[in-house]
Every structure is written in structure tokens, then in C-alpha cells.
Ligand binder design. Structure first.
Ligand SMILES: C[S@@+](CC[C@H](N)C(=O)[O-])C[C@H]1O[C@@H](n2cnc3c(N)ncnc32)[C@H](O)[C@@H]1O
Length: 304
């Protein structure tokens, strides 16, 4: 998929979501509390104001909840419907419309407000966007974020946790085992002829251990593609954190969220217990178990 077609599909996916996105993920009726918002607030609050850029701001879903932290708020998004919604919501809170604009995180120029001021920001966050960036282009996003924040400024990038697939025992686990961990062709090519049939059988048996009917595919609305029908990648925190550091960020921390106290398929039968025990795990975003039990993580760093 080229960047353009990938971005077109992502834009179409989010075009129908601008008015419901906040309620779905941050509102009272959200399936799970917006723990990522609370984590971001905790990360940003000690900065005590300055300028804050949200790259891929959606309908100002995060920005609208940090108007009390003393930052001058700025944001841009790929999807025009999201830009319109963000301007409206923030306008009601006194933020001028020109502080929200349309642009792609892959485009360096998008990180400057249309008036050209401020030239750099005290902090920049990029949440929910990296999954939609084609493989190999993460470095462009990191470099652009680095260029957007002042020396000493803070950058936060969120990603979906690829290693969570080791805990889910579903389709993602099958893919991680078969495509990322096990080199099927390599193992088979090294097997002596008399073991090859048994090895094929063992690998097929391994694949059959996973619930590949789960999770359900998230489909779109109004004929547009859904979240699982557009590019929505996961990342390995053990790989991504060093890449973020190499892009010019110091004191890099990996902070996990959306913990699951059990593999999610077991949670349906015990939703209240599942939720309570999962929320308890959110209290320590740097718990090592987050590598496996949390579905998302943030990389937090200071521009060198
Ligand atoms: C999952 S939503 C997250 C919105 C917001 N950051 C939040 O955390 O609530 C992802 C947003 O990223 C935007 N997006 C996707 N690809 C983008 C890109 N290449 N550049 C800028 N925004 C992008 C989408 O339009 C959508 O509004």
C-alpha cells in the first residue's frame, strides 16, 4: 500500500467518527475509562504550561480535557471532519480556530501552525496515530516530532503493543507466533527428511491452539472501512523505544496502559471483576508485566 492510499483509507475510516469518537473512548459510556488521558495528564502536568501540540488530535478528544493545565493548545489531524469537530469543541473553550489545522504526521510542514508561530512547542503528543503509519515510516514521525519540540521539550508517542499478542491467545497470537517468532521455512529446511512430516504436523497443531475467530473484526459505518480494515499496526516496545532514543530523545520511558488482568476472551463472563482487576494494574504504567498484559504503551522522552 502506498502512503497516499493508506492515508486515504485511514481518512475515510475516521470521517464517520468525528462526532462519536469522544463518547466512545472518553465519555461516561466508554467501555473502559480513558486511562490514557489520565496518564497523559500525569506526564504533562509537571510541565506547568507553555505550548502543547497534539499531532493527530482527532476531535480534540484529548485537548478538550487538558484546558485546565495552563498550556496554549495546538493540534492538527489528517481527517477534515476531525479538524472541524476539534475547532468547534475547542472554540467553545476559547481556543482560536487557527490553532487547529489539517495535516499528516508524515509531513514536516504540518507541525507548524499556519501563522508560523510558535516555531517549536514545549511539548508534543501523538496518540492513536502510529498504528496507521506504514512500516518503516515511524522514523519520519519521530524526526518530525523532534523538530517540533524545543530542546528540553517533551514528546510522547503512543503505539499498540505487539507483545500483548503473547497474552491474548487469539488470532494476533497465531500471527505473532507464526510470522514473527517462528521461521517456518527455516525450521523446515533444517529438518532431516524423516522428521519433516512430523514437524509440519507440529506446526499445524500449534496454529490450531489459538482462538483465531477472536477478536471480532471492527467494521466501519456508512460504507467506510472500519479500524481493522485499514492499516492499524502494532509495535514492539523493545524495538521502538531504542528507535525513539536514536531519533534524538533522552530519558526515554515506556509507559504501558490498557492492562488486561486476564486474556480478554475470559473477561466477557466476568466483566466487573475483569475491569476492577485491570484498573488496579493501571496504577503502575512501568510494571514489567505491561510488556505482555497491556495493549498499548507510550514512549515519553525529552528532546536532547
Ligand atoms: C485513534 S484517533 C486518536 C485521536 C486523538 N489523538 C486521541 O488520542 O484521542 C487517530 C487520529 O489520528 C488521525 N490520523 C491518522 N493518520 C494520521 C496522519 N498520518 N497524520 C495525522 N493524523 C492522522 C486520524 O484522523 C484520527 O483522528
Amino acid at each position: 500500500m502506498t502512503h497516499r492510499t493508506a492515508e486515504d483509507a485511514v481518512r475515510a475510516c475516521y470521517s464517520t467518527w468525528s462526532t462519536s469518537y469522544y463518547d466512545d473512548y472518553y465519555g461516561e459510556g466508554a467501555a473502559y475509562p480513558p486511562v490514557h488521558r489520565d496518564l497523559l495528564r500525569r506526564i504533562l502536568a509537571p510541565r506547568k504550561g507553555g505550548t502543547l501540540l497534539d499531532a493527530g488530535c482527532g476531535p480534540a478528544s484529548f485537548l478538550r480535557d487538558v484546558t485546565d493545565l495552563g498550556f496554549d493548545l495546538y493540534g492538527f489531524d489528517l481527517t477534515p471532519e476531525m479538524v472541524t469537530a476539534a475547532r468547534q469543541v475547542l472554540g467553545e473553550r476559547g481556543v482560536p480556530a487557527e490553532r487547529i489545522w489539517q495535516g499528516s504526521v508524515l509531513d514536516e510542514a504540518a507541525y507548524s501552525a499556519p501563522g508560523g508561530w510558535p516555531q517549536t512547542f514545549d511539548a508534543a503528543v501523538c496518540v492513536g496515530v502510529l498504528p496507521h503509519i506504514p512500516e518503516g515510516e515511524e522514523g519520519t514521525v519521530f524526526a518530525n516530532l523532534r523538530g517540533a519540540v524545543r530542546p528540553g521539550g517533551l514528546a510522547v508517542v503512543e503505539a499498540r503493543n505487539e507483545l500483548f499478542s503473547l497474552f491474548t491467545l487469539n488470532r494476533y497470537s497465531r500471527d505473532f507466533f507464526m510470522d514473527r517468532l517462528i521461521d517456518r521455512g527455516g525450521v523446515l529446511s533444517r529438518a532431516p527428511g524423516e522428521e519433516r512430516g512430523a514437524l509440519e504436523g507440529a506446526l499445524d497443531g500449534l496454529e490450531a491452539m489459538f482462538r483465531t475467530d477472536l477478536p471480532p473484526v471492527r467494521r466501519g459505518e456508512d460504507g467506510q472501512p472500519g479500524y481493522d480494515e485499514v492499516l492499524s499496526r502494532t509495535h514492539n516496545p523493545l524495538e521502538l523505544a531504542p528507535r525513539f532514543a536514536r531519533a534524538g530523545f533522552a530519558d526515554v520511558r515506556v509507559m504501558f496502559y490498557h492492562f488486561h488482568c486476564l486474556p480478554p476472551m475470559l473477561g466477557e463472563a466476568v466483566p466487573q471483576a475483569f475491569r476492577a482487576a485491570s484498573l488496579a494494574l493501571e496504577e503502575n504504567p512501568e510494571d514489567w508485566r505491561g510488556h505482555f498484559m497491556a495493549s498499548a504503551f507510550m514512549l515519553v522522552g525529552r528532546r536532547e
